[in-house]
Design a binder for this molecule. Structure first.
Ligand SMILES: NC(=O)c1ccc[n+]([C@@H]2O[C@H](COP(=O)([O-])OP(=O)(O)OC[C@H]3O[C@@H](n4cnc5c(N)ncnc54)[C@H](O)[C@@H]3O)[C@@H](O)[C@H]2O)c1
Length: 343
């Protein structure tokens, strides 16, 4: 576990308590990779850190990283993007599920109406950090940020989305891009998507396409038709924040950074929320639902289901933090869920 910065330690403590209450046979090791550690001795990830994670652990649970005392955010980049890139966690999976009508900002939507998953490419695109600046600080300054799309990277994330649909009894996969403007990069996505969609094993899945801007509009107008959405790194980042709002805000959203068969990393979608840190006010549900995703990945399905059911009950009974309409603190909310899981 990498609890990290800000509200990270508070929400991961809650998640760990709930995992333990579920009876899941999970042993935790806590790593102090954080702003605190970086400010103390300059270390972000110790030498061989990622190799150790892959060798000695089945999964990594992360709280959040980001601290105003480290304005460059270098530690967060090296730890988080480091895990994604160096451990090749190519699929960022973000289930978007409305647990209760009261949490949705859209009028009249029921839980069954908001239930889809975004599969975001996680290792390339605009996040590859390829580019540079030229004539910096002059009126002629040029800044270039390359969008890197490889055949291998695009193909494996699209295949992942179809597998995910099969494994979760979903019948529809939609790809979002901007192939109308980014003709080279997203032309590749289009070709690969069409190839994979017509393969025999995907015959029972309906493959459709929308431009990413139209998708954003449609998600707000009516999110009901969507089941699995696959998209690139940058659009996935934007679409999942919008989607998180449909399920009650960042405090409710869970994610997994997955490479099937390898040590994978699980983190709530939210950041370190510095203004909330240390106030016992952060919503621990995103982290708790993330831990359920992690248990599922580890094959502890029954424990994961118990946790999801307990979170649902907490939402229904308003045993929640203020951001989703309750009056409990972080600790009290997590303790209520842990108690529910145990009994
Ligand atoms: N994966 C990550 O670790 C991650 C993701 C996003 C941002 N960050 C970092 O976090 C820091 C803060 O970034 P930000 O403010 O843009 O994003 P943030 O997610 O920390 O906060 C955005 C808003 O959501 C609220 N919020 C977030 N989590 C919440 C929770 N659990 N309960 C209740 N409210 C919650 C915050 O109070 C704030 O109003 C920055 O350093 C940023 O780089 C880290």
């Amino acid at each position: 576990m990498v609890a990290g910065d800000g509200i990270g330690p508070e929400v991961t403590r809650g998640a760990m308590q709930v995992i333990q209450a579920s009876g899941a046979a999970v042993e935790f090791t806590e790593l102090d990779w954080s702003a605190e550690r970086y400010l103390k001795d300059g270390a972000t990830v110790p030498p061989g850190g990622f190799a150790t994670l892959e060798r000695d652990y089945d999964a990594v649970l992360v709280g959040a990283l980001g601290d105003p005392r480290v304005p460059s955010n270098i530690h967060a980049r090296e730890i988080l993007l480091g895990m994604r890139f160096q451990m090749d966690l190519y699929a960022n999976v973000r289930p978007v599920k409305l647990l209760d009508e009261s949490l949705c900002p859209l009028k009249g939507l029921q839980p069954a109406d908001v239930d889809f998953t975004v599969v975001r490419e996680n290792t390339e695109g605009l996040y590859a950090d390829v580019g540079g600046v030229f004539k910096q600080g002059t009126p002629d300054e040029v800044a270039v940020q390359e969008d890197v799309n490889t055949r291998k990277g695009v193909e494996r994330i699209i295949r992942f989305a179809f597998h995910y649909a099969h494994n979760h009894r979903r019948k529809k996969v939609l790809m979002a891009d901007k192939a109308n403007v980014m003709t080279h990069a997203h032309g590749l996505w289009q070709r690969v998507f069409k190839e994979v969609a017509v393969e025999k094993e995907n015959a029972d899945i309906t493959a459709t396409h929308m431009f990413a801007d139209a998708l954003c509009m449609q998600l707000v107008r009516d999110p009901r038709p969507f089941e699995v959405i696959v998209t690139n790194n940058m659009f996935g980042d934007l679409i999942t924040d919008l989607a998180a709002a449909l399920q009650g805000g960042l405090g409710m959203a869970a994610s997994g950074n997955i490479h099937p068969g390898k040590t994978s990393m699980f983190e709530p979608v939210h950041g370190s929320a510095p203004p909330l840190a240390g106030k016992n006010a952060a919503n621990p549900m995103g982290a708790i639902l993330t831990s359920a995703l992690m248990l599922q990945y580890l094959g502890l399905v029954e424990e994961a289901q118990k946790i999801e059911a307990a979170v649902l009950e907490a939402v229904r009974q308003k045993k929640t933090t203020q951001d989703v309409g309750g009056s409990l603190g972080t600790r009290e909310c997590a303790a209520w869920i842990a108690d529910k899981v145990q009994h």
